[in-house]
Design a protein around this ligand. Structure first.
Ligand code: FMN
Length: 324
């Protein structure tokens, strides 16, 4: 058992969280992670309407009676989804843990607190983590440069970012990005984090609702097989290297604007990758940590293995430094 401030504050058994993942964070995956003692998270905007989110949470409830969280990702877009309606749907469904990401969650905090919802805010820098602490979130999750999805623009890897955050933060926090196994959890704890948030590792699990071809590509992938797109637009995203992402990088590096790549990066194309297994249909997120992912276990097995291996690493390390 690894008990931390995070497991105690959020009432879970193991300090292992499955971060929100668009098109991936559905009931089966989230429930499997929670049932194994971690914290599984359903991604709100994967559901077409707030009402569908209520039904998805109810589906997860039928699979586990342990807490399952909901992720709300707030990104700049021309026609924003009804964020507050999704939040109210999560509250109505009885959700007590919410992961926010993408923007400052302050406008929603009063509503969430009034309903007893605890908030984990995901961010990519110490200054944003401190701001989140100041406005009253319960925990933060800090994504290093290694992460899948949006690593921000500072390019600081977890080895510095996590202890730098530990030096300044008072609330519990999770290390995120580049973690896929017990070595990663042990390292995160050693650096001062209270647990880990993993995306790519759970994307490549039995319960992850994506095509087998995607999982196989991750198993075969190395640390070199991602691209950073949208750098020139100040909205960097780490995605799998494929024909589409390489073309996007080429166009933007040559001075193209968002309009020049809009069709290539359309969400509907990325969705086809996951649903049909056509790996070059569009862009899809994965982190450099795919270098460490070599199988497709159940999500429960990932939680159990990560914790058992971390305990083993910590024990062996402790023995190695104990004078005889
Ligand atoms: C396929 C995929 C989709 C993701 N979608 C989201 C999302 O919608 N919102 C979000 O906050 N993070 C999203 N993420 C980021 C993860 O929640 C997590 O922060 C990240 O994967 C951690 O890095 P790792 O992949 O190295 O573990 C996504 C990650 C992946 C792999």
């Amino acid at each position: 058992m690894i008990t931390t401030r995070f497991t105690e504050a959020f009432g879970i058994e193991h300090p292992v969280v499955q971060g929100g993942m668009m098109w991936v964070g559905r009931a089966e995956l989230a429930a499997a992670v929670s049932e194994a003692g971690g914290l599984g998270i359903i991604t709100a905007l994967t559901q077409p309407t707030p009402h569908d989110l209520v039904r998805e949470v109810e589906r997860a409830r039928r699979l586990t009676d342990k807490p399952v969280g909901v992720n709300l990702t707030i990104l700049p877009t021309i026609s924003p989804p009804p964020y507050e309606d999704y939040l109210r749907a999560a509250i109505d469904a009885g959700v007590t843990i919410l992961e926010t990401a993408g923007a400052n969650p302050e406008p929603f905090l009063d509503l969430l607190k009034a309903h007893g919802v605890r908030v984990i805010h995901k961010c990519t820098s110490v200054r944003h983590a401190l701001k989140a602490e100041r406005i009253g979130v319960d925990a933060v999750s800090i994504d290093g440069f290694e992460c899948a999805g949006h690593p921000g623009e500072d390019d600081i890897g977890g080895l510095v970012l996590i202890p730098a955050a530990a030096d300044r933060l008072s609330i519990p926090f999770l290390a995120s990005g580049g973690i896929a196994d017990g070595r990663g959890l042990a390292a995160a704890l050693a650096l001062g984090a209270d647990g880990v948030n993993m995306g790519s590792r759970f994307l490549c699990s039995v319960e992850s609702p994506v095509a087998d071809a995607v999982k196989q590509r991750i198993v075969e992938g190395s640390e070199l097989d991602t691209e950073l797109i949208f750098r020139t637009l100040g909205n960097t995203a780490r995605v799998a290297s494929n024909e589409v992402s390489r073309e996007v990088v080429r166009i933007l590096d040559a001075g193209g604007d968002f309009a020049a790549v809009r069709d290539l990066v359309a969400g509907a194309r990325g969705r086809r990758v996951f649903e049909e297994g056509d790996l070059d249909a569009g862009i899809w997120s994965v982190g450099v940590v795919q270098a460490l992912i070599r199988d497709v276990p159940t999500a429960g097995e990932i939680v159990r293995r990560t914790v058992a291996d971390a305990e083993d690493v910590l024990r062996r390390r402790a023995l190695a430094v104990t004078p005889v």
